[in-house]
Design a protein around this ligand. Structure first.
Ligand code: PLP
Length: 357
């Protein structure tokens, strides 16, 4: 607390990101980073951009990158907005579309940054409980005769990893045709179905994706939104009141090269999905319940062992996983799918802890 803080700052509860410990031999399975990193072409493009001209401001509209992203998704460049990580894109979307003086609907178990943005922008939130099996019940987002400020859902959801089929997303879009429905697809490349294909029929849909997970570029900070030109213009208006240059030259060049290295992208996603199968089977053999994941992490609980204690015990063995001290999920661990070797090591250490007893 400080007397210099505004009333707003005094009441903020910032998001707490996963630890970034820098220890030798650390197995880092706590922030859903990609163990394979970006394609070599990305590093070459960044080095090239560096030699060119860091003296000059970057393109404020990131036009070349937006064209590349548009081509990748089969949309037009006016339908693409880019930002400094999808977290920034999400924040701008909250400011642009959800300040309606009405409750924003989101699942009770979801990305814990959403309530933080809502608080920052004074948006009331109404959480909708997920089912007992952690699936999302779309019909529970209806409010006959009522109104809402919008809807935000991560698909696949975080931190459960569970995916919602596109026909359910479409039902949601039809429930609220006059409100923005934001679908956060941070993990869609690991086996989910993208809602981008629904854009032509639903001008209220905003899809947000990131290069942090599937493209191994969490450190470069590039995310984007795809939507109708009107929604993209709304985001651009907020951006123009906030930071003209959210993406630096290195980020624009590296991101563009990532989309050009498509074979690398698909191969590494495939490898993560294969490791996910082995990790899930291994955890189940040790007695864990593992939710069905379409992401690059699994969400698992052990019927006999406390999750916080397990996370602590793993940390003492130089393995980081994520534990959320939150209602309904405080007995779960969120474990990022690492390389095959990292997953084996995790399973070995858990076996040594005799979790199967
Ligand atoms: C990781 C994550 C993000 C943020 O990604 P950045 O692009 O790195 O900011 C957004 N949404 C969800 C659900 C995530 O898990």
């Amino acid at each position: 607390m400080s007397r210099f803080w505004s009333p707003l700052v005094q009441q903020l509860k910032p998001y707490v990101a996963g630890e970034q410990l820098d220890l030798p031999d650390l197995i880092k399975l706590n922030t859903n980073e990609n163990p394979y990193g970006p394609a070599p072409e990305v590093l070459a493009a960044i080095a090239q951009a560096n030699a060119d001209s860091l003296r000059l401001y970057p393109d404020p509209g990131a036009v070349a990158l937006r064209h590349t992203i548009a081509a990748h998704h089969g949309v037009r460049a006016e339908q693409v907005f880019v930002g400094n990580g999808s977290d920034e894109v999400l924040a701008h979307a909250f400011a642009a579309f959800f300040r309606q003086g009405l409750p924003l609907l989101m699942p009770d178990v979801s990305y814990s940054f959403y309530p933080v943005y809502a608080q920052l922008y004074g948006i009331p939130v109404e959480t909708v409980p997920v089912n007992a099996d952690f699936s999302i019940d779309v019909q529970a987002y209806a409010r006959p005769g009522g109104d809402v400020g919008g809807v935000v859902i991560a698909n696949p959801n975080a931190p459960t990893g569970m995916a919602l089929p596109l026909e359910q997303i479409e039902r949601l879009l039809n429930l609220w045709p006059d409100r923005v429905v934001l679908i956060d697809e941070a993990y869609v490349d690991f086996g989910g179905e993208s809602a981008v294909s629904l854009l032509a029929r639903h001008p209220n849909l905003l899809v947000v994706q990131t290069l942090s997970k599937s493209r191994g570029l969490a450190g470069l900070r590039v995310g984007y939104a795809i939507g109708s030109p009107a929604l993209i213009e709304g985001l651009s208006r907020i951006k123009g009141c906030f930071n003209s240059y959210p993406l630096d030259r290195l980020a624009q060049a590296g991101a563009q090269a990532s989309f050009e290295a498509d074979v690398y992208f698909r191969t590494t996603c495939e490898r993560v999905m294969q490791s996910r199968v082995h990790l899930t089977e291994g955890l189940r053999a040790l007695g864990f319940e593992v939710l069905p994941s379409s992401a690059n992490f699994v969400f698992a609980r052990h019927p006999l062992r406390d999750a916080a204690e397990l996370a602590q015990a793993l940390k003492s063995q130089a393995i980081l996983v994520r534990h959320f001290k939150l209602p309904r999920i405080d007995q779960f661990l969120r474990i990022t799918v690492g390389t095959g070797a990292q997953c084996h090591r995790l399973l070995d250490v858990l076996a040594q802890m005799q979790v199967h007893r």
